[in-house]
Design a protein around this ligand. Sequence first.
Ligand code: NAD
Ligand code: UDX
Length: 459
Amino acid sequence: MKICCIGAGYVGGPTMAMIAHKCDDIQVTVVDINEKRIAAWNSDELPIFEPGLDDVVKHARGKNLFFTTEVDKGIREADIIFISVNTPTKTYGVGAGKAADLKYIELCARRIAEVAEDDKIVVEKSTLPVRTAESIRRILEGAGKSIKFQVLSNPEFLAEGTAVEDLEAPDRVLIGGEDSEAGDKAVQALVDVYAHWVPRERILTTNVWSSELSKLTANAFLAQRISSINAISELCEATGADVDQVAHAIGTDSRVGPKFLKSSVGFGGSCFQKDILNLVYLCEHFGLPEVAAYWEQVVHMNDHQKERFVKRIVRTLFNTVSGKKIAVLGFAFKKDTNDTRESPAIYVCRDLLREHAQVAIYDPKVNEESVLRDLEEVGTFEPDNGKRKHVSVYQDPYEAVKDAHAVVILTEWDEFRELDYQRIFDTMLKPAFIFDGRNILDLKELRKIGFEASGIGKP
Ligand code: NAD
Ligand code: UDX
């Protein structure tokens, strides 16, 4: 059995590495048009940081796991082809700002249609709007070849930072297939791959549309929990309740459950916002405005959470941060990843810069190039506005906080809990402010040191 995966990103790389690691009898080839990324997958410095990933890749690479830019060869030789390319929010034309941009998906389908010489199972691994499988099937069959294609949906549920453990022991694997004999056979072939290590009862099979829609729904539900607790955090601040205590109290109800109730400066990452907006667009497309508005509010609440965090910093610092050094600890969208896509830090830093602050950033895994690129992309550095010189990226947290008016925690990296806050306090300007956007610090202890400390949803 030979598998090819198109797209060597945060999903394609780890997912295929795990399949190769668990299935000695399967040859897995990950292809990508990005030469730099492929070179990194073949080096000692993998293109993405994920705890435990190096070992999984090293175990299989060169044996039954290969990374290459030879896309056509990979497609031609494979029995099963996963499509795991990016599906960002469209930035132009119809559906701009909401719909998923499917151009990379379509390019893959056309490439497969052109170079395939025998029957293939094509698997949607990317997150896609419901009914995309139909378009893929039509493109594949449009080539008019006598070979047969089966299109399956197999969305990925891994979360970054825990990708390896999520892949090793998934809550479930979801496979959607066509309701026909050929469809069942294709589903079984993919079930057999996962059954190498996933208990059979955790491999769910559905029709294609349910599988596609389940992925968007899962992310919408998860993000909705965060926006719900973040909405309550604002009420906590107004009333003296403590959002962590409220979250604990409601989470002990087994119907609610304790996970995903951590109030924060807002959710980030490449998936939640994109997938909810995609869902909203689909609802509008199908003439369901009330359903669309319901889900869109999850994103509005998230934007509000980021904005009000910055407003609070400005208000607390005597209504101006102009010319003040603000030390930002954490730029990744969550801990244990170097990924910054849609990180709340981008928007918080942009808005602080718009208030003329001097922003000093430290993140253990994000480099200066990524920080500046991200800030540029959200319009922070308009031509000649000079904002670029107000950003500095540090390698050492203690350097970043020196002479700062305020410290702002934006990612919940474990190392931020362990910092020497007395040392930090001593080097800061007074009054020394600290804003914990992740509620990871003990505010009482910080106040004992002398900080003016505040968290999210804290009295
Ligand atoms: P990514 O941007 O990290 O990787 C996508 C890769 O596809 C890139 O390396 C790009 O060069 C490559 N690519 C694009 N077009 C190509 C083509 N025509 N031929 C060959 N390669 C091509 O994206 P990602 O984070 O891995 O996400 C991929 C998909 O998985 C998205 O649909 C996303 O929504 C979904 N997803 C992501 C996560 C996550 O945590 N990142 C989790 C679950 C699902
Ligand atoms: C998410 C889904 O969890 C995963 O199943 C899907 O495959 C991809 O999208 P990811 O975005 O990688 O995964 O990370 P996740 O752990 O979901 O965190 C997303 C964002 O929400 C982060 O910014 C995180 O800090 C934030 N978050 C998460 C909270 O603010 N509070 C929480 O309680 C949980």
